[in-house]
Design a protein around this ligand. Structure first.
Ligand SMILES: Nc1nc2c(c(=O)[nH]1)N[C@H]1C(S)=C(S)[C@@H](COP(=O)(O)O)O[C@H]1N2
Ligand SMILES: [Mo]
Length: 406
């Protein structure tokens, strides 16, 4: 018979601390066993999320919103999706938090304290759209592995922090700098301290944009722990994986950053469209940069019923990565004809835009309302699933809701 392995002392004592009672036979508890008392922890309470949010995975935590929960113009924490690649850092201490800037292309490596960052540089606030590159993955066929996001892995909160550009100007970067890469305090799922769950970044040009922030506030308060407290990179309009949470180091690279999840099929898609299911060579994969044009009907909720003869007011948000949305339309006849919606300007660059329309339905029955956004380069959302890719990124197909006229 195999010898049974017992739980490690350090892990046992942390379990005791959470449960608040001595685990009497704890010393002979099998390794890897999770006491029931710990399994009962309510994620909605811990993360202060609305009960309507959907848990896709608990190891690591991945939680998404539903379309109608994203109705607010500024996304509050309770409706903000959670995407973790690893384990949330424990024992975060903001008072001794530091950010080190290093890499081949930094003039001289330097470490700033969080207090210094907050006091030395001017603070800015922007509302910024963060959408997971895998939002909409659930529709891909053949299916793509990973969290099966439907439509709710997108948010647009107000972020306050300092410009990454101001920091880079302070420290000085060399002419050969081409990319920045972040490093963070979260733990790899294997708990191996030598592995990083994720370490991505962006070209220097994106890092130098006005809206690229090192943020310490979200919607006017300290960033919630799960969303990156006490310091987070925010790069609106790009896959949200670029917006590193819990960051403690930024490397200025003289090449494309080669951290975890920068290679292979991670956050990369075939540079040219391929047939569904096809194997794509590494050199034919391109890093996702600006996210594609997309929209979401946030009111009413799909399945809503209205009385015959009544008009229906719909509304929602539209966004287009680095671009703006300049046209918004809806269809009630499965995309045969389209009518215009009103669309507002964004409050600032890289923030989503609000649209609304009033719809008349010709008679009783079942309808679908489809929404379609067009960006300033004339590119519109596809009606059906766009280009297949191995990891199921960039699904920007038209959002649709069901309506019954009774
Ligand atoms: N350190 C760290 N940063 C991270 C991640 C992570 O797992 N660890 N996930 C990334 C991904 S893939 C996404 S989509 C966003 C999600 O941000 P949110 O959980 O605040 O909504 O954070 C990004 N930043
Ligand atoms: Mo993501």
């Amino acid at each position: 018979m195999k010898r049974r392995k017992f739980v490690k002392k350090a892990i046992l004592s942390s379990m005791v601390a959470i449960i608040g009672y001595d685990i009497v036979f704890g010393a002979i508890m099998p390794e890897g066993y999770e006491p029931l008392a710990l399994q009962g922890l309510d994620p909605y309470k811990i993360f202060k999320k609305d009960k309507g949010m959907v848990i896709l995975n608990d190891k690591p935590w991945n939680i998404e919103a539903k379309a109608h929960l994203l109705d607010d113009k500024v996304t509050p924490n309770k409706y903000m999706f959670i995407r973790n690649n690893g384990l949330i850092p424990k024992n975060i201490n903001a008072t001794n938090w530091t950010l080190t800037i290093d890499g081949e292309s930094v003039v001289q490596k330097k470490t700033y304290t969080l207090t210094e960052l907050k006091s030395k540089f001017k603070q800015h606030t922007y509302q910024l759209t963060l959408e997971c590159g895998g939002n909409g993955r659930n529709e891909f066929d053949p299916p793509a592995k990973g969290n099966q996001w439907t439509v709710g892995a997108v948010s647009c909160a107000k972020w306050t922090g300092i410009r990454l550009r101001d920091l880079l100007e302070d420290i000085g970067i060399k002419d050969n700098a081409i990319y920045i890469g972040y490093h963070a305090a979260d733990t790899h799922l294997s708990q191996d301290p030598n592995k990083e769950p994720i370490s991505r970044g962006a070209p220097v040009a994106k890092a130098l944009q006005d809206e690229t922030l090192l943020a310490f506030k979200m919607n006017g308060e300290d960033i919630p722990i799960v969303h990156g407290y006490p310091l987070r990179l925010i790069a609106g309009g790009w896959p949200a994986s670029v917006s590193g949470k819990w960051i403690n180091r930024i490397s200025i690279r003289n090449k494309i950053h080669d951290g975890t999840k920068m290679k292979g099929t991670a956050y990369r898609v075939p540079c040219e469209p391929v047939a569904p299911g096809k194997k794509v060579n590494n050199e034919d994969m391109c890093i996702i940069e600006s996210m594609p044009v997309k929209s979401l009907i946030t009111y009413p909720k799909s399945g809503a019923m209205i009385k015959e003869g009544k008009k229906l007011n719909i509304r929602g948000h539209a966004w287009a990565g680095e671009l703006e949305v300049c046209k918004m339309e809806y269809s009630i006849d499965f995309g045969s004809t389209w009518k215009k919606c009103s669309i507002e300007k964004p409050v600032n660059r890289l923030a989503w835009q609000h649209f609304y329309a009033t719809i008349n339905f010709p008679k009783k029955g079942y309808y679908e309302v489809w929404a379609r956004a067009t960006d300033t380069q004339g590119v519109s959302q596809p009606m059906i699933l766009p280009g297949w890719n191995p990891k199921g990124y960039l699904n920007n197909a038209c959002h649709r809701i069901a309506i019954k006229v009774t």
